[in-house]
Design a protein around this ligand. Structure first.
Ligand code: DP6
Length: 326
């Protein structure tokens, strides 16, 4: 009873920052992301009667506390569906820094759900897998299907209509690129889960941002469909800035920006003034992700690598969804 799966991280173009149900992980607004080829988590799950308890190793390190509890929760859901009792050994490895605002939880959550459900003998649909992934970590429901994925918020109380739905697969827009700038690999001080809860509770801009995000989904879908980088980039940039305004105005304030973040943002604006079509987005960490097309990657790379605080960059094309691997 063993299976192994891979899944890619995804980056939201219209963001998720806040739940309407903390337990089932139901979002306040629909949101849209693209999977990133090459930012991958690989997770194996083995159910065996010989194990006395569930254990979880991430990048070789035994996990405890909240990290372990989340995995055990997901395993319990899968055990219930498969009507098995065996405990499991979960081993996961990311090829990118964990917890640095690179949506590592998204890749890990979906790889876990696919591997665990197969190891338990289940054959679930992508929608069912996405719902299970969502309950592990919201953003991971967008990493079951590949390419551009919309997390439809749904209206049901039980969350059965809240899942990641593919808009366009990873081959639809082959020239689309995300350049991830690595500015810091240190784990973030405020985890997304805690931060977004406080934002919903007290950020004065919360409702405005969330309503605007819901409305922007239709425009974003159209921009992807039309392969219109200027419209997509402007929408994504605006949505990210608005989310960070919500964070800044939360009490206590949530600030993921570093001085280098601002430098990269300024560089993006300068490049745009020179006619290079590039736009930025950011999540719960200092890294800036630059949205652009393949033909401009070289120019952007050369300019961005000149910024002192930029430790590394990763260029990603649209990636696949979760897959079983040997
Ligand atoms: C800023 O999915 O990590 O990356 O559902 O509590 O596990 P939980 O949060 P998580 O939050 C991701 C927030 C974000 C924006 C996004 O990916 O849409």
């Amino acid at each position: 009873m063993r299976a192994k799966a891979m899944a890619n991280a995804n980056i939201a173009l219209i963001k998720y920052w806040g739940k309407r149900d903390d337990k089932l992980i139901l979002p306040q607004n629909s949101n849209i992301a693209v999977n990133l080829a090459g930012l991958t988590a690989k997770t194996s799950v083995t159910f065996d009667k010989k194990y006395k308890k569930d254990s979880f190793l991430l990048d070789g390190k035994t996990q405890s506390g909240e990290e372990l509890a989340r995995v055990v929760d997901t395993l319990n859901r899968i055990r219930k569906l498969a009507r098995i009792k065996d405990k499991a050994l979960v081993m996961s490895a990311n090829n990118f820094p964990t917890a640095a605002g690179l949506a590592s939880s998204a890749a890990g959550g979906s790889a876990l759900v696919l591997a665990a459900s197969k190891a338990a003998g289940l054959d679930l649909s992508n929608r069912e897998l996405s719902i299970l992934a969502r309950m592990n970590s919201g953003s991971s429901c967008r990493s079951i299907d590949g390419g551009f994925v919309k997390w439809v918020k749904g209206v049901r109380k039980d969350g059965k209509d809240s899942y990641g739905k593919q808009l366009f697969n990873e081959f639809y827009w082959p020239d689309f690129r995300i350049i991830v700038t690595i500015l810091s690999t240190a784990p973030k001080k405020i985890k997304s889960r805690a931060g977004m809860k406080t934002s919903v509770e007290n950020s004065p801009f919360y409702r405005t941002w969330s309503d605007e995000s819901e409305r922007s989904c239709a425009d974003m879908e159209r921009a992807i469909k039309n392969k219109d980088i200027a419209v997509l980039g402007s929408l994504a940039e605006k949505n990210a800035i608005m989310m960070h305004c919500v964070m800044f105005a939360t009490t206590p304030s949530i600030i993921y920006w570093s001085p280098e973040t601002v430098e990269v943002i300024n560089a993006v604006h300068e490049m745009r003034e020179k006619g290079i079509r590039c736009y930025f987005t950011m999540d719960a960490g200092p890294q800036v992700k630059i949205i652009c097309l393949k033909n401009d990657v070289k120019k952007i790379k050369n300019l961005v690598l000149k910024i002192k605080g930029v430790k590394n960059i990763i260029v990603c094309r649209p990636g696949t969804g979760a897959k079983l691997i040997a």
